[in-house]
Write a protein that binds this ligand. Structure first.
Ligand SMILES: Cc1cc2nc3c(=O)[nH]c(=O)nc-3n(C[C@H](O)[C@H](O)[C@H](O)COP(=O)(O)O)c2cc1C
Length: 228
């Protein structure tokens, strides 16, 4: 019998559905796409999901306005510049079985809004909880994840094996295409790049993959609860 049938028969099951909080930041909508797919996958397996989007106090314009602005952003984010976020909704401080923290890599680090979130909320939300990092990036995520895991542990949380999603374009086109996109230029309008840089960001296949993983994660959360 699947969960939905069970829910229909016994309201008790509904009461015990696992709850997952997804906290995310996304500048160019790539993490947002991943998060939408994760949310759908978890819900398909009967998990209750709350999504908390981080919004910066000062708007960050995307794309950046110029070459210099792009270089500036790369530089300051390399030094982990914080970008303060608005207060979270009260739902974020409720009880959850799992926290998912999703965001892009910026200059090898977690992005500025996620860093600010960690500074302000890590100690309130993570203690005693499992945290699953979801990363959207062009390619280089290792340093990002090791820093994130350190912060999660320091706040009393337990980091899970991260879910990493790269942009599926070969190098050097990926780097060139990303830089031009950040600057507001369309690489696909440049003859030499058109052939090699087919897209900015994640493919539909990746979205299907993450949704499937989320479904499996949801089922394992349900099993864990059933066994308790
Ligand atoms: C300022 C900046 C720096 C970045 N640095 C990196 C990096 O060091 N490594 C990497 O793999 N991707 C890097 N990226 C690419 C983003 O991680 C990637 O485009 C991601 O999919 C964006 O997610 P979002 O649309 O949710 O913001 C950088 C992007 C920006 C804006």
């Amino acid at each position: 019998m699947n969960r939905t049938e069970n829910n229909a028969k016994s309201p008790q099951w509904e009461k015990h559905a696992p709850r997952v909080l997804i906290i995310f930041y996304s500048l160019s909508r790539q993490t947002r796409k991943l998060v939408r797919a994760v949310e759908a996958g978890l819900k398909e397996s009967g998990v209750e999901v709350v999504v908390e989007k981080l919004v910066t106090e000062k708007q960050i314009k995307f794309p950046f306005e110029s070459f210099l602005q792009t270089v500036y952003m790369m530089l300051v984010t390399f030094f982990r510049k914080r970008m303060p976020v608005n207060a979270l909704s009260p739902a974020a401080s409720q009880e959850y079985d799992l926290i998912i923290l999703a965001g892009p890599t910026w200059s090898f680090n977690p992005c500025g809004p996620i860093l600010s979130f960690l500074d302000s909320y890590c100690m309130k939300i993570f203690p005693g909880r499992k945290v699953l990092p979801v990363v959207s990036c062009r390619r280089y995520w290792k340093y990002h994840v090791s820093y994130l895991n350190k912060r999660i542990r320091k706040c009393g949380g337990t980091p899970m094996e991260p879910w990493i999603f790269n942009h599926p374009v070969p190098e050097p086109w990926n780097t060139i295409g990303l830089f031009l996109t950040l600057m507001g230029k369309n690489p696909r309008r440049i003859a030499i790049l058109k052939k090699f840089y087919t897209r900015y960001g994640h493919s539909n296949r990746q979205l299907e993959e993450i949704q499937k993983r989320a479904r499996e994660l949801g089922s394992s959360l349900l099993n864990q609860l059933d066994n308790h």
